[in-house]
Design a protein around this ligand. Structure first.
Ligand code: TA6
Length: 294
């Protein structure tokens, strides 16, 4: 049992991704400077409970700064999905491919808090002509939580959408259910029709699933025979649920065969009604994740 906090800077051999590796009493984690993206979070075994890897991560990592890393918790900002007007711009925005600055480290025996920032510059303005500063704090301890602060540092208002595109590791998508979406409206991204409403208490999976739920309660549980993962993000009004299933997964170059069986994306954010942020204002979002092994 580690009684002290460990922190190490590494550059991953093949991808040249600059990462920060932390370990404390409760967990081990790896966070990439690209996108301030947590790639791995492993809860240590305790009181007879086995250890638990919470997040799924592709084995195919891109060269740093070249393209999005599939897995962990990528940040989609300042738009979600394809750009609404310019389809040539990167899907899910550019925040997840930019190299963020590690601003602050708080390391204690039982937790780490790492704060990263991303400032607008001439490069980001080629994609989105606004002045902004993002700050993301990642708390790694007995639980995992993220805080995102979006600051409009310009002189004009801007509008953005965002989501934490979280890839949660599950034993088998066929045996996975998501609770917390009962009586919630959603748009089925696979059949762009009118909104639907989920009436069932739980969502299970038997085919490609790609839904944007909106005006949610902000409290979800991913359940499979071995675990419960609770996600609380009450200041994020929307949630996306995605699994590509076999056919779409086969078309994703950075998804190894059958990997689609081992994850579900439950993505907290604000998409359906984008955020309107006046000049010199800021807004904060929070997501808190806990895992209980059954
Ligand atoms: O998670 C919802 C979604 O928008 C899906 O439509 C799918 O495209 C997924 O994101 C993955 O997007 P990415 O750009 O990370 O490959």
């Amino acid at each position: 049992m580690t009684s002290t906090a460990k922190l190490e800077y590494r550059t991953l051999a093949e991808s040249q991704l600059d990462v920060i590796c932390i370990e404390n009493q409760y967990c081990e984690a790896i966070i990439a400077k690209q996108g301030a993206q947590i790639l791995q979070y492993r809860l240590k075994s305790s009181n007879g409970r086995p250890d638990k890897t919470l997040l799924w991560l592709s084995q195919h990592l891109p060269q740093q700064g070249q393209k999005a890393i599939r897995g962990g918790i990528p940040l989609c900002f300042p738009w979600f999905g394809a750009h609404p007007v310019q389809p040539n711009l990167p899907a899910h925005g550019f925040a997840r491919t930019e190299i963020w600055t590690l601003e602050h480290i708080q390391a204690e025996a039982h937790q780490h808090n790492l704060t990263f920032s991303l400032q607008s510059d001439e490069h980001t303005k080629t994609n989105w002509n606004h002045d902004f500063q993002l700050k993301m704090t990642i708390h790694c301890g007995e639980d995992l939580s993220l805080t995102l602060s979006v600051h409009n540092t310009g002189i004009t208002p801007f509008t953005f959408s965002f989501a934490w595109h979280s890839y949660f590791a599950v034993s088998d998508i066929h045996d996975t259910q998501i609770l917390g979406l009962e009586n919630t409206a959603y748009i089925d991204q696979l059949h762009q029709q009118n909104p639907h409403r989920q009436t069932e208490p739980s969502l299970s999976f038997s085919a490609e699933t790609d839904r944007i739920y909106y005006q949610t309660q902000g409290h979800y549980c991913i359940q499979d025979p071995l675990q419960q993962i609770k996600i609380d993000s009450p200041d994020c009004p929307d949630a996306v649920v995605w699994n590509p299933w076999a056919n779409k997964a086969a078309r994703l170059a950075d998804m190894q065969d059958h990997a689609w069986l081992g994850f579900v994306c439950l993505e907290s954010g604000q998409i359906h009604t984008p955020v309107q942020l006046p000049a010199q204002h800021n807004v904060n979002f929070h997501m808190h994740i806990t895992a209980d092994l059954l």
